[in-house]
Design a binder for this molecule. Structure first.
Ligand SMILES: Cc1cc2nc3c(=O)[nH]c(=O)nc-3n(C[C@H](O)[C@H](O)[C@H](O)COP(=O)(O)OP(=O)(O)OC[C@H]3O[C@@H](n4cnc5c(N)ncnc54)[C@H](O)[C@@H]3O)c2cc1C
Length: 397
């Protein structure tokens, strides 16, 4: 009997497992992928995520993979360019963008180092339930085709946007917004970009970020309405968009492309109620949003910390589990909701209205305010604080 079984061993699941095991709980971590494996995801981690890697003692290993430390970002809106240092979080003033096939195994190794039992190549196919409807375990299939049954006090779905656990427990969804964008990215050699750089054009978005092996990830996003057209010939549409951005057009060519295009038109925007009897959800499984602001990895890390705080109160008997997990849901929502609407505005890919353009040009002229604005996009400066009428009035004055 485990204290917790965690389904999904990446940015959300591996830290939950590690943090629980560090407190002495007996944890099983399973993933259907064979590790190390890549996943359809960007790589950029906001400073608040890097700060957690540091606190967990794994940042050194992540940086040792050779992914560069990035100290600033730039937003090119055509007529306006906003350059800023990252807003520091707990003394961390940089970000990095490690390849996921390198990052995720480091997180799993930290979990295993803390005493977690890890089984990859293991697909959870059924949740076990008692007569009161409480989840009590999993039934999973191994790569060898064997079916295994394991019992636990709680099953945690850290199994991503297509969460099997969520489909099985059917949680209530709220703050649901339609899918807004589709996107594709790939990796390129011999491209010089010293920082994260985003290019914002009407109904188009592109981003470049240096990663491991001297490669640069270049991504592009379009309105979801264009997905059917884009997916028929991703390369043509991708290079067409890049061709409209002179700085990238001169550097990003097919000959320098390393690997294929990776992307999706399935980036839903929703919150799930993340708990019920014998189960909880964490990371993308419980809250999914458009990747345009690259929040998913840092959110998954923070979510893991919040969930573990609640679980330890519930598992230790300090609080009734249901109350502890209700507090987790409140904390998650209070932390994520304020920026969710801003994110939806970004993902709409509409040109900023004239008053916003004016404000952005004022911010761009002031390095301190540029960093605070970047802090808003990092989800480190509260949206309400930055956009408080007095602050906006003082900026415009
Ligand atoms: C195109 C794109 C670009 C993105 N770019 C960024 C970015 O630059 N920065 C950023 O922060 N975020 C980005 N994101 C979001 C980010 O990828 C996710 O938020 C993050 O990966 C969520 O982590 P997770 O651990 O919750 O889920 P995942 O990373 O999806 O991991 C889920 C795991 O569960 C396993 N699993 C699923 N079902 C089962 C099962 N039945 N049994 C066992 N295992 C199972 C899977 O194999 C997988 O390993 C991007 C997303 C997309 C789609």
């Amino acid at each position: 009997m485990y204290d917790a079984i965690i389904v999904g061993a990446r940015c959300a699941g591996a830290p939950v497992a590690m943090l629980l095991a560090r407190q002495g709980y007996r944890v099983l971590l399973v993933d259907k992928a064979r590790f190390p494996a890549d996943i359809m995801s960007g790589l950029f981690i906001h400073p608040r995520g890097v700060a957690l890697l540091k606190r967990w003692g794994v940042l050194h290993d992540v940086l040792a993979t050779g992914c560069p430390q990035l100290y600033s970002a730039a937003f090119d809106l055509g007529p306006i360019e906003l350059k800023a240092s990252f807003y520091p979080v707990n003394g961390v003033d940089f970000t990095c963008a490690p390849r996921r096939y390198l990052l995720d195994p480091i997180l799993v190794a930290a979990a295993v180092g803390a005493g977690v039992e890890f089984r990859d190549n293991t697909t959870v196919q059924e949740l076990l339930m008692d007569e009161d409807g409480c989840i009590t375990g999993i039934r999973a299939r191994t790569a060898q085709g064997t079916t295994v049954t394991e019992r636990t006090r709680i099953v945690i779905g850290a199994d991503g946007v297509h969460s099997f656990v969520a489909r099985a427990v059917k949680p209530e969804a709220y703050h649901v917004n339609p899918i807004l964008t589709c996107g594709y990215f790939s990796f390129f050699s011999d491209v010089t970009v010293p920082r994260l750089k985003a290019y914002i054009r009407p109904h188009r978005f592109a981003v470049s970020v240096p990663t491991n092996d001297n490669l640069v990830m270049v991504g592009a996003q379009w309105p979801i309405e264009e997905f059917a057209r884009i997916r028929t010939d991703v390369a043509t549409h991708f290079y067409e968009l890049i061709g409209q951005i002179p700085e990238l057009a001169t550097q990003v060519h097919q000959e320098k492309q390393v690997g294929r295009f990776i992307g999706t038109g399935h980036v839903p925007n929703f919150f799930y109620k993340p708990y019920g009897p014998g189960w909880a959800l964490v990371g993308d499984a419980g809250y999914h949003k458009d990747p345009i602001l690259a929040q998913g990895i840092a959110d998954a890390f923070e979510d893991a910390e919040m969930l573990v705080k609640a679980l330890t109160r519930g598992l230790s008997g300090e609080t009734i589990m249901e109350e502890a997990l209700a507090a987790y849901e409140r904390e998650r929502n209070e932390s994520c909701l304020p920026q969710y609407q801003l994110l939806m505005q970004f993902a709409a890919l509409a040109p900023p209205p004239p008053d916003m353009q004016m404000l952005l040009s004022v911010i761009a002229a002031d390095p301190e305010e540029s960093t605070r604005y970047l802090g808003v996009l990092q989800r480190s400066v509260p949206v309400a604080e930055f956009f408080a009428p007095e602050h906006i009035a003082s900026l415009m004055a």
